[in-house]
Design a protein around this ligand. Structure first.
Ligand SMILES: [Zn+2]
Length: 483
């Protein structure tokens, strides 16, 4: 409601110099950034590597100091998610995922990504987007981006973060690309890092194995001409960076630092972090919350920031959902279960208390409607684990419920606590460094290093190659090794 009472004010855009209607004062921008930052940190997690955080932050702060709004309280954070993404909040809060880092080839490309996001803040795109989305009450709906196909629940950790995942316009993107180039060059990094990283991120589209996670490509539509459009800004920045000594027209040397940057990625967590749950051979294991659930082996399991979604291989649209009930309300587990389902618009058909692998549970069958499936039947178990209540549910169109019901029951019955020893035995997959030998192919490296964790095409892209190119002998490569 805060936003409804804001008065429009005319302000000068710091990055473009143009007058524009701004719904937000600088103080409000900062206040929103501060408030949403808490949400981002909570939902995505902060990657626990102090020296990597300091490194990224150091580069970001140097870029921001040379930007058009040096006085904002700039803050740069590597968030602990495998999605390939970077995003900005109003007020100078910039986030880069650990998942995007392997796709960058050098420090100049990292500076390019950070510079681009700084551009969204200095040109007030972030603030304008925020104003627009609140104005249109998109905040409540945009959560769908985290979950493919359907989102039948409320109360499963609805996210304010998703507001930030709305798309910017093509013009905003082009402007941020150009600002990224400008800021990188001013602060001493090779501005060619911007088109280079755009080229790499463009290649991901064809080979994406980040299904279901909000990615740079969802929020940053990669128009075919974007790389071309930014080239003139790069040429200009390179021109402007010639030595100031009279008679010396040699370009100032820009920082690229491929070797230093690559070394910093050694041992970086790749893919899901066990602390946030991993999927191994159809089983979802959560080392942090200490439980495991087995999904049918042919189902497609996606671990999102707020819930796990498993989709049936057939076209009927059946799916299973797993998540923690946020702030459970009710006297006992049955009360919590019935209230939370009712709040989500589902009517109880039947249900009863039971125990699942010694854990207290309430299992019920419910009728309801979802946007994508129409009338559905849901089998839902609310399970108490310590102080937390988990929901594990199967949803199917009414006509196909009976067919798929045995899968739902088996998965619900598989919910079990993990011992400390079991939890500690789950290790993340990681980035490692490797020098290519004569005759190496992406295929061979992918097979050798780890049991199909990473596709050969992904390895090529991670190393800055087109999918059709093979590694050169002696090339220093980032590879993925199993945990
Ligand atoms: Zn952008």
């Amino acid at each position: 409601m805060l936003f409804a009472i804001l008065l429009s004010a005319c302000a000068t855009n710091p990055a473009t110099g143009k007058h524009e209607i701004s719904l937000m004062s600088v103080e409000q921008e900062i206040a929103i950034g501060e408030q949403q930052d808490v949400q981002v940190r909570k939902e995505m997690g902060v990657y626990s590597d102090r020296s990597l955080q300091d490194y990224v932050s150091g580069i970001g702060l140097r870029l921001a100091a040379d930007s058009d709004r040096p006085n904002l309280p700039w803050r740069f954070t590597v968030v602990d998610t495998p999605a390939v993404n970077a995003f900005a909040l109003p007020g100078g809060y910039i986030y880069i995922t650990r998942g995007i880092l392997p796709y960058l080839q050098d420090e100049a490309q990292l500076a390019g990504v950070l510079g681009h996001e700084i551009g969204h803040v200095t040109a007030r795109h972030a603030a304008q987007q925020y104003s627009r989305s609140i104005g249109a009450e998109l905040g409540l709906l945009a959560g769908a981006i985290f979950v493919p196909q359907t989102r039948p629940f409320t109360g499963l950790g609805e996210s304010g973060v998703s507001v930030l995942m709305l798309k910017y316009s093509r013009d905003d993107e082009a402007q941020s690309d150009a600002l990224g180039v400008k800021y990188a060059a001013r602060a001493g990094w090779d501005p060619a890092g911007v088109p280079q990283m755009l080229t790499t991120l463009g290649r991901i589209e064809e080979t994406s194995d980040n299904k279901g996670t909000p990615s740079w490509l969802q929020t940053h539509p990669l128009a075919a001409d974007r790389v071309d459009r930014v080239q003139s800004a790069v040429a200009e920045a390179e021109q402007g960076a010639t030595s100031s000594r009279p008679g010396d027209s040699a370009p100032r040397s820009f920082i690229t630092d491929r070797a230093g940057f690559t070394t910093r990625l050694d041992r970086l967590v790749y893919g899901d972090n066990p602390e946030q749950g991993v999927v191994r051979a159809g089983t979802f294991l959560h080392a942090g919350l200490r439980f495991a659930v087995e999904f049918p082996s042919t189902w497609d399991v996606t671990n999102g920031p707020t819930q796990v979604v498993a989709k049936a291989p057939d076209a009927a649209g059946s799916l299973m959902l797993l998540g923690e009930i946020d702030h459970p309300v009710g006297g006992d587990l049955e009360d919590i279960a019935l209230r939370s389902m009712q709040n989500a618009g589902f009517r109880a058909r039947s249900g009863g208390r039971t125990a699942i692998n010694s854990l207290e549970a309430f299992v019920g069958t419910y009728d309801g409607t979802t946007k994508n499936l129409g009338r559905v039947v849901m089998r839902a178990a609310h399970v108490q684990l310590g102080r937390a209540v988990f929901l594990i549910a199967g949803v199917a169109p009414t006509a196909s419920f009976d067919t798929v019901e045995p899968h739902f029951t088996r998965t619900i019955d598989s919910f079990r606590p993990l011992t400390r020893g079991e939890a500690e035995a789950i290790h993340p997959n990681r980035i490692a460094l490797y020098t290519a030998r004569t005759g190496d192919t992406w295929q061979a490296i992918a097979e050798r290093a780890g049991k199909g964790i990473v596709k050969p095409a992904t390895l090529a892209i991670i190393n800055g190659h087109a999918v059709s190119e093979q590694p050169r002998a002696g090339e220093r490569l980032k590879i993925v090794v199993s945990g």
